[in-house]
Write a protein that binds this ligand. Structure first.
Ligand SMILES: O=c1ccn([C@@H]2O[C@H](COP(=O)(O)OP(=O)(O)O[C@H]3OC[C@@H](O)[C@H](O)[C@H]3O)[C@@H](O)[C@H]2O)c(=O)[nH]1
Length: 934
């Protein structure tokens, strides 16, 4: 009985709310349709669509009655389905009563707000979001709708709000320049009246309040970088003033309330922030450039592009906001990433990541555009112990993946375009340009969580759209209508289409229901992450054992490269096109190819999520994600690699490898400089190969006297295996190569033709070299996506596997192969070949319940190309001792090995290894050595 009572107490209000929702929804619909009819039958209405007399009236009333009937049936059906489908929420911490806070986030459905809400919800607090959905979107917080700790209030904070809370994060305000300039009076109202309302609320309920201020309070700064003590340089009557001055007043108000009414305030001055969930039409530089790059358009820089900004990733900001709120520090604090880029540099970085080759275009500059901006974050460091952590490239990769997903899904988004501000201002009714395309399923999961009330609201809003002559006073409503319409997805849309509400509605809004089969979830026996050397090899081996469609590969690229060929291409011995094949030809034909990025790995649930949100369930997982090239880690390097005649090249990327031979040919004198970075790299012999081939090239061209060859490595030795290192040291000395150890490339200035190196033995000591030609081996890092599953990785971020069995140390059904693992051997294709055999046998034994394990000895091989006809074939194992295949001294230069590298190995790769037939030369070695030795 007590249980029953408890159940009733818990669910009673929800049931009541639900039915009230139904009634209100229906009421809105009825009123809207009636208004619609009224509006259309009025002769004064400029939007008059038809003026039929009683016939039209009758038709409308019949439509209405029919609609009511259908909606009622639909409501019942949806309510039933909703009950059947338990909602799943992200994991939420269980906080005890004392630590659990009630937190209000204004603007919580916006870009930054929603990430903050995620953090607060997951920490276990009760969160109330208030948003007018002008720039925010319901979709950003939909994951929490229905959670007992979460509440969403649809309200503009310009009207007072009455809630009981312990903390307020006051974020509500448009933040993108085109958005805040669009209705400057509204922006000022939000930042003044809205802030007064929030400070008043904080005063009344005794809550702590954090005000989101901005770097724009410094205006076009005359002090650089900007500390919080700088008062700024703002044009009070310029186009940006509504925001700049609005925020300055918000700060003034905060400290006035603090002084007069003892309100506990925190003020965060937020610098340019970016990340997933930025609106695609946000209008700021990050979203503009990414969209342009993804659509293969020209990136447009306002003005000359030498204005600067510093970009922080949203998770860093959220961390800063939460830390500031928790601290006792009450003065304003800058929250931003102090790494500064010119806007042109920034454009180049995005182009490079996306692979957009269009030139960057300069268009007219904008009025009062701040010319330099970079936060001085000393205060945050000292008082909050906060510094941003996510490097630009990493953050951009995640943001670009998000944008890509949004674009892919939307075929939708593009057709459901938010009306341009100009169109809104023109006063044309939205309905004239609204064409709504809604997919019938998202991520393959029916969106039954979307309530009937929302569906009804959608209908009424669509009707409102029809009716509305948009004036300035309507813009919020228009935005809401748009959001509402755009957030109605899934079966709701299909059902809405079936409602056949009225000819008027059909006339104005085309609902096109389309299912995208590409976004289906997937289940397989073996999932392979990465379609590179390791991934394809392993998949090929397992398909005959597991059968068709039981092996899936997640790989976003269109082309598969045979990377060992890149050294030869850089030396002009091969063409780039000979090193690649379409991925579709390389992925084994009976495997399922999921052409996407991996977004999340959850080995506890045996699932992987892709960038579009697709869930893939597996029984066994092989991680083969390779390494990420980090050209962005060396300041000036990306710009240099993009500039056509900089003399800077890199064999490591298909994008830059052809520059090597071009600049070799161009270099007639001066210094040719070759670098080796700090940290793990793939094919650690390749930087030296590039150097030795070039040296040979200049010698053959008769230019050796005029070109100095300089090799700078961050390592203390020339090669890890001593047996070969001895020979290579000798070779470098004989060929008069200037070798410098423990030298890290830290800056490239291609205009001054200068490369700067740090002496790792004495870190304060820098030296610079003027170059004619610079070949850079970039720093590399393990795939960032591995950090989504911290149990899988070691402290350096590599997949943590047993060095003998290749099995993950944390999950017995997960194996790793190749460059992304922490196997302590040189990362080469030859190593992958040897690993693939061991992995195959061990995993197959697991699948068949057998306990035997084979052991990988660390075999790796590096054909050190020393010129245009010679190779030293280094082969060794974990002990760094030689493990040579051929019965001769391989530490000597051999012509035969050169041809093997140039012609035989590629053939073996495409036709043997990728098809799963080549496990390295172990067997050959035994044969050549007559069964003796290892
Ligand atoms: O397509 C574009 C967009 C922008 N830009 C330039 O890129 C720079 C950055 O412009 P954004 O519109 O992203 O943002 P701004 O830095 O001017 O303002 C921002 O500052 C900090 C935050 O508080 C606010 O989110 C926002 O007002 C500007 O110099 C702008 O002229 C382009 O060159 N091309």
């Amino acid at each position: 009985m007590a249980n029953l009572r408890r159940l009733f107490v818990r669910t009673g209000p929800c049931i009541l709310l639900f039915f009230t929702g139904l009634l209100v929804g229906r009421y809105i619909l009825v009123v809207s349709v009636a208004h619609e009819w009224e509006a259309r039958s009025s002769k004064d209405d400029p939007n008059l669509l038809y003026t039929g007399g009683s016939d039209a009236e009758e038709r409308l009333l019949t439509d209405l009655a029919e609609a009511k009937e259908r909606i009622s049936a639909l409501e019942k059906k949806l309510a039933y389905i909703e009950k059947q489908t338990p909602r799943r929420f992200p994991f939420v911490n269980n906080l005890n009563h004392k630590s659990k806070k009630r937190i209000l986030v204004t603007g919580g459905a916006g870009f930054v707000g929603s990430h903050l809400v995620d953090k607060l919800m997951m920490s276990g607090h009760e969160v109330t979001v208030v948003d007018n959905f002008f720039t925010g979107s319901k979709r950003n917080v939909e994951q929490w709708v229905g959670h007992e700790n979460f509440e969403l209030i649809h309200q503009d904070i310009v009207t007072p709000l009455f809630v009981e809370v312990d903390e307020i994060y006051h974020l509500a305000s448009p933040a993108s320049p085109p958005h805040y300039m669009y209705n400057s009076v509204k922006t000022i109202k939000t930042n003044t009246i809205g802030t007064i309302n929030m400070l008043g609320l904080a005063k009344r309920v005794g809550a702590k309040i954090l005000i989101a201020s901005t770097s724009e309070v410094y205006g076009d700064p005359e002090v650089h970088p900007q500390p919080e003590t700088y008062w700024g340089h703002v044009n009070p009557i310029g186009p940006r003033a509504c925001y700049d001055e609005g925020k300055r007043v918000a700060e003034t108000l905060s400290y006035a309330y603090a002084k007069q009414d003892r309100v506990s305030v925190r003020v965060a001055r937020i610098f340019n922030t970016y990340g997933p969930r930025m609106h695609v039409d946000d209008g700021r530089v990050v979203s503009n450039f990414i969209l342009q790059a993804l659509r293969n358009e020209t990136l447009t820089v306002y003005g000359r592009g030498n204005q600067t900004r510093s970009f922080q990733y949203v998770s860093d900001l959220v961390e800063g906001l939460v830390t500031l709120m928790a601290s006792n520090f009450t003065q304003p604090v800058n929250l931003g990433n102090p790494v500064e880029y010119t806007i042109s540099e920034f454009a180049s970085i995005i182009r490079a990541i996306v692979g957009n080759n269009n030139p960057i275009k300069s268009v007219d500059g904008i009025e009062d555009d701040p010319q330099r901006r970079k936060p001085d974050i000393t205060r945050a460091k000292i008082h909050l112990k906060w510094t941003p952590k996510v490097p630009l490239r990493e953050g951009l990769i995640r943001t670009i993946a998000h944008f890509r997903g949004v674009l892919e899904k939307s075929k939708l988004t593009l057709s459901l375009r938010r009306p341009h501000l100009g169109q809104l201002q023109s006063g044309r009714p939205i309905s004239r340009f609204a064409s709504i395309r809604i997919p019938s399923q998202r991520h393959g999961t029916p969106q039954t969580g979307r309530s009937v009330v929302e569906l009804n609201l959608l209908v009424s809003n669509l009707l409102a759209l029809n009716r509305m002559q948009l004036g300035r006073h309507d813009e919020d409503r228009a935005a809401q209508s748009y959001e509402m319409a755009s957030s109605c997805v899934g079966p709701a849309a299909g059902r809405l289409a079936k409602l056949n509400l009225s000819p008027i509605l059909r006339y104005h809004v085309r609902l096109i229901s389309s299912a995208n089969t590409d976004t289906k979830n997937h289940k397989c026996k073996l999932l392979v992450l990465g379609g590179g050397t390791g991934g394809c090899t392993v998949a090929s081996k397992f398909i005959p054992k597991l059968g068709k469609n039981e092996v899936a590969i997640v790989e976003p690229a269109d082309l598969h490269y045979y990377q060992p060929m890149f050294t030869m291409i850089g030396g002009g011995m091969k063409e780039l096109k000979s090193a690649s094949r379409p991925m579709s030809q390389v992925i084994p034909k009976d495997a399922v190819w999921i052409k996407e990025n991996v977004a999340n790995i959850d080995p506890k649930k045996n699932t992987v999520t892709t960038s579009s949100g697709r869930r893939i369930e597996y029984d066994y997982l092989v991680v083969s994600l390779g390494l990420e090239l980090r050209y962005d880690k060396v300041p000036g390097l990306l710009e240099a690699l993009e500039a056509p005649d900089s003399g800077v090249a890199s064999n490591y990327s298909p994008k830059y490898v052809e520059r090597t031979y071009r600049f070799l040919k161009d270099t007639k004198s001066g210094k040719a400089v070759f670098t080796f970075p700090v940290g793990a790299v793939k094919c650690a012999g390749a930087p030296l190969k590039a150097c030795l081939i070039s040296e040979d090239y200049f010698r053959r061209m008769g230019r050796r006297e005029d070109v100095e060859i300089v090799y700078r490595t961050s390592l203390p030795v020339i090669f890890s295996a001593k047996h070969y290192a001895n020979k290579l040291n000798k070779l470098c000395a004989e060929r008069n190569i200037d070798v410098g150890f423990q030298q890290e490339l830290v800056n490239v200035d291609y205009k001054a033709k200068e490369a700067v190196f740090k002496n790792l033995a004495k870190p304060t000591e820098m030296s610079s070299i003027k170059f004619s030609f610079l070949h850079v081996t970039p720093p590399m890092s393990p795939p960032h996506v591995l950090t989504t599953s911290p149990e899988l990785i070691d402290a350096a971020g590599f997949l943590d596997v047993d060095k003998s069995t290749l099995q993950s140390k944390a999950f017995s059904n997960v194996y790793g192969i190749g460059d992304c693992t922490n196997l302590p051997t040189s990362k080469t294709a030859a190593a992958v070949a040897a690993q693939s055999g061991v992995l195959f046998n061990n995993l197959l034994n697991d699948m068949n319940g057998r306990t035997q394990k084979e052991s990988y000895d660390g075999y790796t091989s590096c054909p050190l190309v020393t010129g245009y006809s010679s190779v030293i074939l280094a082969e060794f194992d974990y002990s760094l001792e030689p493990l040579e295949t051929f019965p001769m001294d391989q530490s000597k230069e051999h012509r035969s090995m050169f041809y093997m590298k140039k012609d035989a190995m590629p053939f073996l790769y495409w036709n043997g290894m990728l098809k799963g037939y080549w496990n390295g030369p172990g067997l050959m070695r035994k044969v050549f050595h007559l069964g003796m030795g290892r």
